[in-house]
Design a protein around this ligand. Structure first.
Ligand SMILES: Nc1nc2c(ncn2[C@@H]2O[C@H](COP(=O)(O)OP(=O)(O)OP(=O)(O)O)[C@@H](O)[C@H]2O)c(=O)[nH]1
Ligand SMILES: [Mg+2]
Length: 375
């Protein structure tokens, strides 16, 4: 495709900035000399630099979508905010392709930097990681970074001028940089951590998973062994996207198929970044306590606390919930976010999310002047 473009002296490139799949909106960035011409032909309003202009995208006599267009300051690019349906985005990209634009494909990962025409390394990293921001919180945190780092660096440069005589400020600065280094919140916001829900059969794992998915995904039934295989999908935990795995109940398997399912899910559980252990006080404590000992790091939840139990929730020191009603599930969400440092995300704090940024921070631990490379 790149070849075609060069041979035909193509009009530019286009890239989907938002994650693939259906979403509320989808943003397609059009870059290059043909951008203005394309909008003149296909956008039924007059775009303006830095302003949101509302209008229709038309393809011949057909209206493709009702969009908002923001023109870049030097008119070198335009962001077209479409409705996020898969079909609408595809139709729009097809139109661009027919008009001689090269569509930059990026399945899943960050977008290629050269597509972005960014004015700084950091801005490029903000833009290229937009496709990974699946939630509004992730998006807002990422977009806040250029400013957060700008302010941080402005403060550092005033400081470094005086650093030679003020040793304590250097150590203050090191403390600050090291706390930024240990803050993995934006990494987690962009790369959903894996959370596995485990427990013996019939404790309410799938019921809890459905609460966290906020929609019916796993089959629940009053029959031990209902979940035969692990179910993994993205759940939005109040702004933190996690890959949530509902697993089959762990027990001495009754049949071969179930054994295979349990073994397969065991691998998923081992690979999980966080385990949520569901305990059921209406069932015997023995095997459940054994499981709790096997997963000492797990967040423990005691489910079915609406029913009279055989043992007290305090015995295992877990969070009491009623999965069927959603009672206690907000607090569980809070703990899950807390585990990944995303409990109270302060937008205006500088964070790192690429290897390059991490390396700059590590260098700056030795020499604060290296902070200048961050932008
Ligand atoms: N009373 C009460 N019943 C619950 C609660 N949570 C789940 N249940 C019921 O317990 C039964 C088992 O729930 P599931 O969510 O299928 O349990 P599971 O742990 O996924 O079961 P397996 O996948 O078979 O291991 C269902 O009938 C649920 O409705 C709860 O908090 N209170
Ligand atoms: Mg289940």
């Amino acid at each position: 495709m790149g070849q075609n473009r060069d041979e035909r002296g193509g009009r530019g490139r286009a890239i989907r900035l938002t994650p693939a799949g259906a979403g509320a909106i989808a943003v397609v960035r059009i870059i290059g000399a043909g951008c203005g011409e394309f909008l003149k032909t296909h956008f039924a309003a007059t775009p303006a630099a830095g302003k949101c202009v509302h209008g229709e995208i038309v393809d011949g006599g057909r209206v493709l979508d009702d969009v908002v267009v923001v023109l870049g300051t030097d008119a070198a690019f335009a962001d077209v905010n479409l409705h996020g349906g898969v079909w609408v985005v595809r139709a729009f990209l097809d139109l661009l392709r027919r008009e001689g634009f090269e569509i930059i494909e990026h399945a899943g990962g960050p977008a290629p930097a050269e597509a972005m025409d960014a004015t700084s390394a950091l801005e490029g990293e903000v833009l290229t990681y937009l496709p990974l921001a699946r939630t509004e919180l992730a998006l807002r945190t990422l977009l806040a970074q250029t400013r957060a780092w700008g302010e941080f660096n402005a403060r550092i440069s005033t400081l470094t001028l005086r650093l030679s005589d003020l040793k304590f400020e250097i150590s203050d600065l090191r403390t600050e940089i090291s706390s930024i280094l240990s803050d993995h919140s934006l990494l987690h916001l962009l790369h959903p951590p894996r959370v596995a829900i485990i427990g013996v059969p019939n404790v309410g794992k799938s019921t809890l998973a459905n609460q966290l998915f906020a929609q019916e995904r796993s089959i629940t039934a009053d029959l031990p062994g209902t979940t035969r295989d692990w179910v993994g999908e993205i759940a939005n935990i109040d702004g933190l996207a996690v890959m949530l795995l509902d697993t089959p109940g762990l027990r001495e398997a009754a049949d071969a198929i179930e054994r295979v399912a349990i073994e397969r899910s065991a691998e998923q559980v081992r690979a999980a970044d966080l385990v949520v252990l569901v305990l059921d006080p209406t069932q015997a404590l023995g095997p459940q306590r054994a499981l709790a000992e096997q997963f000492p790091e797990a967040i423990r939840v005691v489910n079915k606390t609406d029913l009279p139990g055989k043992w007290d929730a305090a015995v295992v020191g877990g969070l009491s919930i009623v999965a069927t009603l959603g009672t206690g599930v907000d607090e569980l969400r809070r703990r899950v976010r807390g585990h990944f440092g995303c409990e109270a995300v302060e937008l205006n704090r500088p964070r790192w999310w690429t290897q390059r940024q991490r390396e700059v921070l590590l260098r700056a631990m030795g020499d604060p002047a290296a902070m200048g490379e961050m932008m």
